[in-house]
Design a protein around this ligand. Structure first.
Ligand code: IMO
Ligand code: MG
Length: 399
C-alpha cells in the first residue's frame, strides 16, 4: 500500500478537516506529519462541531488509528486540553492516539520566545499564532530540541531545565515580560497525559502498516503558500507543508506516496500578515468573510478574503504533484453577481504568469470574470446537477 496525502493549496483553512473526515472511512490510519497546535481543523460529528489542533481528524472513527508523526511539534498542555475537551463530550480518545518518539516538544519558553520575537518585529511581524512553532523548529534544526522519546529517559527533567535555561538567556535580549509558572504546571500535567499514549518509532510503524496492507492518509496542516521553502517567505510557518513534507514528517520514501489530494477554497483567505495579491477591501470581501464565517479556528482572528488566485494555485498543484483537486466552500459565492479569478499578475505593466520570488506590493492581479450562478446548492449531489455558470467556473479552473 501507499500513503495518500491530503493538504491545502492556499494559505491554510481550505477545509482540510472536513475532507479528511469524509475520506477516513477508507483509511485505517490518519497521520499528521508537520505543524502543531497552530492548526485548527474544524469538523462536525454527530451534530456537534469540534476544532482539532494536534489530534488527527480520524479521531471520531472507531477503527481508525491516529498517528502524530515525527514532523509535528507537540505542546503537551494543549494536547491534554484537547483530549479532555473531546472526552468530556463522551468520545473515547486516548487509546486511538499513537505518537512518534521523534516528535519534538514545544516548551513553555518556546511560546515566550515566539511572543517576544513577534513583539520585537512590530509592524513586520509574521502574525504567528504564538504557539511556539517557529522557536521549536529552530531548536530542532539547531539540534537542541527535546523529543517525545526523551520523556521516558531518566534525565528528562535535567534536559528540560537545560533547554529552559538557554531560552531564558535568549529572552533577556528582548524587552519582554513573562511568567510561565502557571503554564509550566499545565505543561507537566500534560506530560502525564501524554505518557498514557502509545509511543512508537513512527517510520517503522508506518512501514509495517503498509506491509500488512493498511491504508494511510497523511493529513496536512497549514497550506502550500505557508511552506517554509515555497511559501511567501518570511510570512510563512516553519515547516514543510507540501506533499514532500509527508515523506520527512512520517519517514515514508517518496516512491511510497500515492494519491495527493489538494484542497482549494473557491475563493482565497489568509490569516496573519504577508502578501495576498487578490485580497479584497470592498463589499465582496466583506461578504465572503461573513457568509463564509471566516474567523481563525485557532486564534479567532478575522480572515482576510479575496478572489481565487490561479497563478498561485497552479504553482501549488505543481509542487505537490496533486492528483485530485477538491474544491470547498463554493456555496459561499451563491449570491455573487460576478465572480473573478486571477489568471496572471501585472508588475510595472509587465504581465507575469508565474508565482514570483517576491510578491511585491505593486503587483496587480489580472482577472477573468464569470457570471454568478445565484442559486442555492444544498440539494445537488452530482456535477451534472450544478448550475451551468458554476460548471463553467469549475471547468475553467480544472483546465
Ligand atoms: P490550518 O491547518 C491558516 C499562519 C499564521 C501566520 C503564519 C505563521 O488550520 O489551515 P505560526 O503560528 O505557524 O508561526 O504562524 O502562518 N498559520 C495559519 N494560517 N491556517 C493554519 O492552519 C495556520 N497555521 C499557521 O496565521 O500567518
Ligand atoms: Mg484552520
Amino acid at each position: 500500500m501507499k500513503v495518500d496525502v491530503l493538504l491545502g493549496l492556499q494559505w491554510g483553512d481550505e477545509g482540510k478537516g472536513k475532507i479528511v473526515d469524509v475520506l477516513t472511512p477508507d483509511y485505517d490510519i490518519v497521520a499528521r506529519f508537520q505543524g502543531g497546535p497552530n492548526a485548527g481543523h474544524t469538523l462536525k460529528f454527530n451534530g456537534e462541531t469540534y476544532t482539532l489542533h494536534l489530534i488527527p481528524s480520524g479521531i471520531f472513527r472507531n477503527n481508525t488509528e491516529n498517528l502524530i508523526g515525527n514532523g509535528v511539534v507537540l505542546d503537551p498542555a494543549i494536547f491534554a486540553n484537547e483530549i479532555a475537551g473531546l472526552e468530556e463530550s463522551g468520545n473515547k480518545i486516548i487509546d486511538k492516539i499513537i505518537i512518534a518518539n521523534k516528535t519534538h516538544l514545544i516548551l513553555p519558553t518556546h511560546r515566550m520566545l515566539d511572543a517576544a520575537s513577534e513583539q520585537a518585529k512590530g509592524k513586520t511581524k509574521i502574525g504567528s499564532t504564538l504557539k511556539g512553532i517557529g522557536p521549536t523548529y529552530m531548536d530542532k534544526t539547531g539540534r537542541n530540541g527535546l523529543r517525545v522519546g526523551d520523556i521516558s529517559t531518566p534525565n528528562f527533567i535535567e534536559k528540560y531545565e537545560k533547554l529552559k535555561a538557554k531560552h531564558k538567556k535568549m529572552l533577556t535580549n528582548f524587552d519582554y515580560k513573562y511568567d510561565i509558572s502557571d503554564y509550566e504546571k499545565k505543561w507537566f500535567e500534560g506530560i502525564e497525559v501524554l505518557k498514557k499514549c502509545r509511543f512508537v518509532d513512527g517510520e517503522n510503524y508506518v512501514s509495517d502498516a503498509m506491509e500488512t496492507g493498511k491504508t494511510i492518509l497523511a493529513e496536512g496542516a497549514q497550506g502550500t503558500l505557508l511552506d517554509i521553502d515555497f511559501g511567501s517567505y518570511p510570512f510563512v510557518t516553519s515547516s514543510n507543508t507540501v506533499s514532500a513534507g509527508a515523506c520527512i514528517g512520517l519517514g515514508v520514501a517518496p516512491n511510497k506516496i500515492g494519491e495527493v489530494y489538494g484542497i482549494v477554497k473557491a475563493y482565497c483567505t489568509r490569516v496573519g500578515s504577508g502578501p495576498f495579491p487578490t485580497e479584497l477591501f470592498d463589499d465582496s470581501g466583506e461578504q465572503m468573510q461573513k457568509i463564509g464565517n471566516e474567523f481563525g479556528a485557532t486564534t479567532g482572528r478575522t480572515r482576510r478574503c479575496g478572489w481565487l488566485d490561479l497563478v498561485a494555485l497552479k504553482y501549488s498543484v505543481k509542487i505537490n504533484g496533486v492528483t485530485q483537486l477538491i474544491m470547498s466552500k463554493v456555496d459561499v459565492l451563491n449570491t455573487f453577481e460576478t465572480i473573478k479569478i486571477a489568471v496572471a499578475y501585472k508588475i510595472n505593466d509587465k504581465i507575469i504568469k508565474h508565482f514570483p520570488f517576491d510578491i511585491l506590493e505593486d503587483l496587480e492581479p489580472v482577472y477573468k470574470e464569470f457570471d454568478g450562478w445565484k442559486t442555492e446548492l444544498d440539494k445537488i449531489t452530482d456535477f451534472a446537477g450544478l448550475p451551468e455558470n458554476l460548471q463553467t467556473y469549475i471547468d475553467f479552473i480544472e483546465k
